[in-house]
Design a protein around this ligand. Structure first.
Ligand code: NAD
Length: 461
């Protein structure tokens, strides 16, 4: 099923197809979105099986965190495409009287979408929805580490779309991606994955000045203030952290809990883990597995970085690591320097905001930030103090599922954003046009300018 051979002939055929203008038509875009939706529904069972094979995701979790999110984004695009595509009226300043102005939304052209393995369906297909809505031709590069899902996606895409419109290239990222970018000038690259590879992509794109969207990772903190609802906060953090066995880019990476409530909070954490995944999480229908041995070994090493207060068991043959909470961790240990990306949750106490901020500052610009408090003043202060990609107050990870919100990072955690209309804007160029009638052409606008300074100062301000 794999098609690792990058062919510039095929890519040039995509360019020609794009230049034909077929993909730019409103009806065409709508039809392709409908086809994608129908195919996802038709192959839902195969998608579920693939996600189970790759990550041991249940059908319910697959729907809530993968398929359902893609369908919601398609539905939003179908509903709003006409308005998104419509030229936007813009005001015109006095200097340019009697001109009129508008903004056209041009497709970018032929775009490349590269995705990781942790949510292998939606992190590939949600950007695809935006790229189709934007009127582009699209190359998809799924992660080789979630190969079952990559195969189903390739099957669906090649069944419903022609290869000159949308094409899947599978294979080792460090071979296929440079081969693609070096053999063809893409008009946009949309990358989701690690910071390290994000830097490689940025460099590959730079030589041809290709615009990029980089959806990267980082260490996302969750802060629990002394006035938080302890039980609800614990439940929401446990779900956000241990869904997909912690392999979520926006999972709370570590916890900062106010000293006054930390003991009670740990009791609620324990209860929530047991309620969600039972006495033995290995047997749980709702608990996933680690993607591969390499990641498993890295994660198990982190267990030595602190004192286990919840969980800590693991089984390499099943790629299983129990939901685990660690305390007494050195801020300089590797678990606090790298993105954990697994079911291990370090917990720290703090007695004032400055203390907690000093820890957050060690890994600046997190992709997500979660605050648990019932105080409006505290909320405002925290939101003002921390620079983060996106986040929640009194919740964790679910902001991702709100198609009305832009999703993306800041600084180390990424460049650009997508979801819903923001995906449309990512995959289009805002092309401003000013139109000036000929009936009014005052001499003031032309040289000689001598003596016109006073008038210019009146007109231009
Ligand atoms: P990764 O960077 O290893 O791989 C992502 C993609 O890049 C894959 O398709 C892979 O084939 C390709 N790739 C790998 N090495 C490459 C190279 N040398 N040159 C070019 N392409 C290469 O990431 P991953 O391990 O699959 O995913 C985990 C990371 O992704 C975590 O850091 C996580 O935080 C981040 N992530 C971010 C988001 C987000 O929305 N911001 C979402 C999910 C995951």
């Amino acid at each position: 099923m794999s098609s690792t051979n990058v062919s510039s002939l095929q890519l040039n055929a995509m360019r020609n197809y794009y230049e034909s203008g077929a993909t730019k038509l409103f009806d065409f875009r709508k039809q392709q979105l409908r086809l994608l939706k129908e195919a996802i529904l038709k192959y839902e069972h195969e998608i579920n099986n693939a996600l189970y094979t790759d990550l041991k995701k249940s059908a319910e979790e697959t729907y809530a965190t993968e398929t359902g999110l893609v369908l919601a984004d398609i539905n939003m695009a179908l509903k709003n495409l006409y308005h998104w595509m419509k030229p936007a009226y813009a005001k015109t300043n006095l200097l340019n009287f009697p001109s009129s102005s508008k903004i056209l939304h041009d497709p970018k052209g032929v775009v490349l979408i590269i995705s990781p393995w942790n949510y292998p369906l939606q992190l590939l297909l949600i950007p695809l929805v935006g790229a189709i809505a934007g009127g582009n031709c699209i190359v998809l590069k799924p992660s080789e580490l979630a190969s079952a899902t990559a195969n189903v996606v390739e099957k669906i895409i090649s069944e419903i779309f022609s290869g000159e419109y949308i094409k899947v290239y599978q294979g080792e990222g460090n071979e296929v991606v440079p081969a693609l970018i070096n053999s063809f000038r893409f008009d946009h690259i949309f990358y989701t994955g690690s910071i390290a590879v994000g830097k490689i992509i940025y460099q590959l794109a730079a030589k041809d000045l290709i615009p990029v969207t980089l959806e990267l990772g980082g260490k996302s903190p969750a802060v629990v203030e002394d006035d938080a609802d302890i039980k609800t906060s614990a439940q929401r953090i446990v779900f956000g952290k241990f869904a997909n066995a912690g392999q979520t880019c926006i999972a709370p990476d570590y916890l900062l809990v106010h000293t006054d409530i930390i003991e009670k909070f740990i009791i609620e954490l324990k209860k929530a883990i047991k309620n969600f995944y039972g006495e033995d999480a290995k047997q749980s229908y709702d608990y996933g597995k680690i993607i591969n041995e390499k990641r498993f070994d890295t994660l198990v090493n982190y267990l030595n970085d602190g004192e286990k207060i919840i969980g800590g068991k693991y089984d390499r043959s099943k790629l299983f690591i129990e939901p685990t909470v660690l305390k007494n961790i050195s801020i300089d240990s590797s678990i606090m320097k790298e993105e954990i990306f697994g079911p291990i949750l370090p917990i720290f106490s703090f007695s004032n905001m400055e203390e907690a901020l000093a820890i957050i500052k060690k890994n600046e610009n997190p992709l997500a930030f979660y605050l648990f408090t019932s105080g409006k003043k505290k909320e405002n202060k925290w939101l003002e103090k921390v620079a983060f990609g996106g986040g929640c107050v009194n919740n964790a990870i679910w902001h991702f599922s709100n198609t009305h919100l832009p999703f993306g990072g800041i600084g180390n955690s990424g460049i650009g954003a997508y979801h819903g209309k923001h995906s449309f804007y990512t995959f289009t160029h805002a092309k401003p046009v000013m139109k000036t009638p000929s009936w009014f052409d005052p001499a003031i606008k032309y040289p000689p300018f001598k003596g016109k300074l006073k008038l210019f100062k009146k007109l231009i301000r």
